[in-house]
Design a protein around this ligand. Structure first.
Ligand code: SF4
Length: 345
């Protein structure tokens, strides 16, 4: 732990999250970019987008300047739905690699690019397709539900995909005579088991960011802000979820915060979400739930994408997502099943 991390207070951490005069939100990007450069680059990206007939889709955890030039900002479910219905010829996916793969599965004939091809995910790497296949072969009665945070190969091996926004609905729709295997997030899986009462075998994977929150850190911030509700993502551990007033996906967080009478709300999810919440609910104060170590609420993979890399990938139409046709066609079945169940009343 750094000296600053050991000595900084919750108040100081929140101060870092404020917009610096003349610059952009440094809590999410760290490296100073003069406002004029930021504005010029944003204008160039928007012009390039028109020229390419492109759509920019950005996850809620992206840096603020990327969120600001995107056509759509949302969670994995919203992004998959947008990718499924876009008429754009080029999809620029600002998120991590598995998300861009999902867009490619839904749009095999379109160009899908992403700012940084190395933007991975700890959940994705925790579940190699070969290991999953081995387990499935030993358990032929498994109905495999894969959280969308997994590779295209894993999507191709499972029966249905889910996101944190629709996981309860997807599990409730699973055939009753099957044993459910839930991959790769054990925390989301255990939360869904609590919600549905349906027993499941859980893969032992987790999001390295969301497991950073601890019950003691949440108890401390509650003391600092009495009356502020705690909203946590289901990828958090059970100990943290038990202390939360609301556990939900990032998209549902927006609705919860908008409808809550509270003026200050404590948020336990990746730091990029705060930018979206501040835009959606400008009259409210959002307090990033502290971890035991400073800055652990930033996903290093999500933060690999920058405005400069976004411009470069659009200019070069690289790096592109390419997948074998057989993987696309098999994974498409699981994704379409999710979209169909999700659309049910
Ligand atoms: S926040 Fe966690 S789940 Fe999301 S991309 Fe980063 S490592 Fe993966």
């Amino acid at each position: 732990m750094t000296l600053w991390a050991r000595t900084c207070t919750v108040r100081q951490m929140i101060d870092v999250a404020e917009l610096h005069p003349g610059g952009i939100d440094r809590f999410e990007t760290r490296r100073p970019i003069p406002r004029a450069d930021y504005d010029a680059l944003s204008r160039d990206i928007i012009a390039l987008k028109k020229k390419l007939n492109a759509v920019i889709l950005a996850h809620n955890y992206q840096v603020s300047e990327i969120q600001d030039v995107a056509d759509y900002v949302g969670d994995s479910l919203g992004l998959a739905q947008q990718a499924a219905k876009t008429s754009a010829q080029v999809i620029v996916f600002c998120g991590v690699h598995f998300m861009a793969e999902t867009a490619k599965i839904l749009n095999p004939n379109k160009i899908v690019i992403l700012p940084d091809k190395d933007a991975g995910c700890s959940l994705e790497t925790s579940c190699p397709a070969s290991k999953l296949k081995e387990l499935q072969e030993k358990n032929p009665n498994f109905w495999t539900i894969a959280y969308i945070n997994c590779s295209a190969e894993v999507k191709a091996l499972c029966d249905v995909i889910c996101t944190s926004g629709n996981a309860v609905k997807i599990v409730n729709a699973a055939p009753k005579d099957k044993d459910i295997l839930f991959v790769p997030d054990e925390n989301l899986g255990s939360w869904v088991m609590e919600q549905t009462g349906r027993p499941m075998t859980l893969w032992r994977g987790n999001c390295y960011v969301h497991v950073e929150w601890t019950s003691s850190a949440i108890l401390r911030i509650r003391e600092d802000y009495p009356g502020a509700p705690v909203v946590a993502h289901p990828e958090c551990t059970r100990a943290v979820r038990l202390l939360a007033d609301e556990v939900c996906s990032t998209e549902k967080m927006v609705a919860y915060c908008r409808n809550s009478p509270a003026k200050a709300i404590i948020i336990a999810t990746e730091a990029g979400m705060l930018h979206r919440l501040k835009k959606e609910c400008p009259d409210k104060t959002f307090i990033p739930a502290p971890t035991e170590n400073c800055r652990c609420n930033e996903c290093r993979f999500m933060k690999m994408n920058t405005l400069e890399k976004l411009y470069n990938c659009m200019e070069r139409l690289e790096p592109r997502v390419e997948l074998p046709p057989s993987t696309i066609s098999r994974a498409r079945i699981s994704l379409d099943r999710m979209l169909e169940i999700s659309a049910r009343a």
